[in-house]
Design a protein around this ligand. Structure first.
Ligand SMILES: Nc1ncnc2c1ncn2[C@@H]1O[C@H](COP(=O)(O)OP(=O)(O)OP(=O)(O)O)[C@@H](O)[C@H]1O
Length: 299
């Protein structure tokens, strides 16, 4: 299948500053990719190059088979900047109609697009009266114009409340299922965790780690944590039989093991039968993985 986005050995220098060094990435149709990294890691620079707003210093980039910023690429790419600004005196509907006209699309779609992002009821209100989250959703509605093949979203959920964030990711899932590729940056790792197919961790402009969450977990070799709830009167004997186990203030017992020891430990723990009343197995979170790889570069 032809990829939507191909980046090979991309380097970008701003004078003496190397914002990106030897970055490569391929995004297939329908893939959701999260771009993670500290402030100044190079995320926005990478997005600007993909959009054709600034040139690369070195490397090859293909956006839907065309050069970044070309008319062909622009027609298939949508962008949501981190702080999208709209005219406060226009209503949501008027603003969307304006963007639709600019894109050569029928302005009559404005209300449908606003409904898709949960703004149907506010469509006739001025944007100046919208909350930050509502303005962010106008931005998102704007990215849906013309069924783009690639959505580039710079911290799209900043300012959204938890329910709106969940709705937002559900919307992205729907777009990805229809074949759109999504490249988004975020500092909120918990929300990215379950909702992306590929994760790219940038540090000081270089790719520090890349892959699926499962792949990164394996690479990081971080421990899996087991939390057992002992039945009344069994805590002490259980701790004695599990080397390295700790009693938590909650009265539960915690023990960690390597990924490849997980099934053996699970068999052992389930063998305790009625001596335990509950068990939680917690794999390393994306936050754990992110700090593991970031620490390697001294961030
Ligand atoms: N126009 C520019 N001129 C000079 N240096 C720049 C320019 N744009 C970005 N940089 C530098 O390039 C590096 C990467 O910046 P970039 O904005 O891409 O980081 P980021 O990962 O998006 O950070 P944040 O999470 O804070 O948005 C930083 O060192 C930044 O200072």
């Amino acid at each position: 299948m032809t990829s939507t986005l191909t980046i090979s050995h991309l380097t970008k220098r701003f004078g003496p500053v190397a914002a990106l060094t030897d970055v490569s990435l391929t995004v297939a149709p329908g893939q959701r990719v999260a771009l993670l990294g500290h402030n100044g890691a190079g995320k926005s620079t990478m997005m600007k190059i993909i959009l054709g707003l600034i040139p690369a210093s070195e490397g090859e980039i293909s956006v839907c088979g065309s050069a970044p910023g070309s008319a062909q690429a622009r027609a298939q790419v949508a962008y949501l900047p981190e702080n999208a600004a709209f005219h406060p005196a226009l209503t949501g509907e008027e603003q969307l109609r304006h963007y639709l006209r600019l894109r050569g699309e029928a302005p009559g779609q404005a209300l449908d697009l606003l409904a898709r992002v949960g703004l149907r009821d506010a469509a006739k209100r001025r944007i100046g009266t919208y909350s930050k989250g509502m303005r962010q959703r106008v931005g998102l509605a704007q990215t849906l114009i013309g069924h783009p093949r690639l959505l580039v979203l710079d911290e799209p959920t900043s300012g959204l409340d938890p329910v709106s964030r969940r709705d937002f990711y559900a919307l992205l899932d729907g777009l990805a299922a229809e074949g759109a590729s999504i490249l988004l940056s975020s500092h909120v790792l918990t929300e990215v965790e379950a909702r992306t197919d590929q994760i790219l961790i940038l540090a000081k402009g270089r790719i520090e780690a890349a892959g699926t969450l499962t792949g990164l977990r394996r690479e990081a070799e971080l421990p899996v944590s087991f939390t057992l709830t002992p039945a009344e009167g069994y805590a002490e004997s259980l701790i004695e039989s599990l080397t390295g186990a700790q009693l938590l203030p909650s009265g539960q017992i915690q023990i960690s093991c390597r990924q490849d020891e997980k099934l053996a430990l699970l068999t052992r723990v389930t063998g305790f039968g009625p001596r335990i009343t509950d068990l939680d197995v917690t794999p390393p979170s994306l936050e754990d993985i992110y700090s593991h790889f970031s620490r390697r570069t001294g961030q």
